[in-house]
Each structure stands twice: as structure tokens, then as C-alpha cells.
Design a protein around this ligand. Structure first.
Ligand SMILES: [Zn+2]
Length: 63
């Protein structure tokens, strides 16, 4: 499951959230409940996911 980092444009709070398919448009700020949140690229979760795939499917392409 992907965990994304979000930042609220309203109060500037940053938070992480586990997002399921179809829920991306319903993310709201836990502090002010604003829907004006932007997704940040999370380097840690992205690397973890891609490395997990690569080790099983295509180890050659990763080097
Ligand atoms: Zn907020």
C-alpha cells in the first residue's frame, strides 16, 4: 500500500496518509479539514516500492 506525503495549502500542515485507489480526491487535512492538499513525492516510500518489485521481476534493470 502506498503511503503518500501531503501538504495542506490552507494551514501548511504536512502529513502522511495511506491512500487507496479512488480515494486520492478525498484527501483532507487532518488539522483544518481543508481539501486543498497537494501530494508530495516521498522518496522513501517510492524507493521501497520500486526496489521490492525490481528484486523479483527484473534485477538486471536495477543496476
Ligand atoms: Zn490544513
Amino acid at each position: 500500500m502506498p503511503i503518500f506525503e501531503y501538504k495542506c495549502n490552507h494551514c501548511e500542515k504536512e502529513f502522511e496518509k495511506l491512500v487507496f485507489a479512488g480515494e486520492e480526491n478525498t484527501i483532507s487535512c487532518p488539522k483544518c479539514k481543508s481539501l486543498e492538499v497537494v501530494k508530495k513525492m516521498s522518496a522513501t516510500s517510492f524507493m521501497g516500492a520500486s526496489m521490492g518489485k525490481c528484486t523479483t521481476s527484473s534485477p538486471k534493470g536495477f543496476s
